[in-house]
Design a protein around this ligand. Sequence first.
Ligand SMILES: Cc1cc2nc3c(=O)[nH]c(=O)nc-3n(C[C@H](O)[C@H](O)[C@H](O)COP(=O)(O)OP(=O)(O)OC[C@H]3O[C@@H](n4cnc5c(N)ncnc54)[C@H](O)[C@@H]3O)c2cc1C
Length: 283
Amino acid sequence: MRPFDYVEPETLEEALEILAADPDDTVVMAGGTSLVILLKQDLIRPARVLGLRRIAELRAISATDEGLVLGALATHGMLARSPAVRAHAAALASTFAAVATVRIREQATLGGNLAHADPAQDPPVTLLALDGAAVARSRFGERRIPLDTLFTDLFETSLEPGELLLRVELPRLPVAARATYQKFLPATRDDYATVSVAAAVATDARGACTHARIALGGAATVPLRAREAERSLMGRRFDDAAIREAAALAAAATDPIDDLRGSASYKRAMVGVWTERALREVA
Ligand SMILES: Cc1cc2nc3c(=O)[nH]c(=O)nc-3n(C[C@H](O)[C@H](O)[C@H](O)COP(=O)(O)OP(=O)(O)OC[C@H]3O[C@@H](n4cnc5c(N)ncnc54)[C@H](O)[C@@H]3O)c2cc1C
């Protein structure tokens, strides 16, 4: 690891100033669970590391009239235990509880998870299915980034140098919507997903779909919405045939990479299987 300066401001304004002064040579650290590995492996060599942990306002989790707001510095453990998160969608709380081990969950943060942009991570998948948007700020202003435009490639996001993730905003779920998160873990329980699926579906009194979201993890270089599969469900009776067709369309939407968790063709097949399970669960 190369030597670097470490700065730990008390306020968001101070942090944004430090970042703006030298955005290309300053990296942000939240829980450090991913960043420290990159530093130790010499994959990044910043002049300065900007620690965020003293900025308490970024930890807040709150239910509002519009929905739910999750601070970027909230840890997976805090989010998994939060009554507000559970009240919004039990599937969201169980997504945070599915991240790694207790040691990682109590240290690693939501903002670090989104900015790290590993497509096998858990929270982005459920947050996509729940129509989440990230809010980022630089010294020059604030912008809202729908999560389906945040992830641009493997470990890459649309965040600009000098921008900090502040929070994730989730709108209220439609009345009677049901949501689930399914993580396929063929090796050990604390692993990253081989593939994962989040679904949120609402039906009307006749059993026809009025709302359908399907999001996939480990299925491409970025977490994905399976939009064709969602469209195939809308307005249609949420029955066995509709579920099977949507699962096949979700598998067809994937473009996985071969890695130690499976070949691309295996992951594609598993997306079909786990999408079907997710949809049966919410049905
Ligand atoms: C052993 C191990 C197992 C894991 N297993 C899983 C798993 O099963 N599922 C899963 O989803 N994840 C898993 N992870 C990933 C883990 O969730 C992420 O490492 C974590 O969420 C990153 O959060 P952090 O606070 O530690 O981020 P850091 O390590 O501090 O930062 C990660 C990246 O985000 C940037 N960053 C951090 N905060 C911000 C911010 N507010 N604004 C802008 N950029 C920011 C940093 O500059 C860095 O590029 C695992 C990690 C480890 C080490």
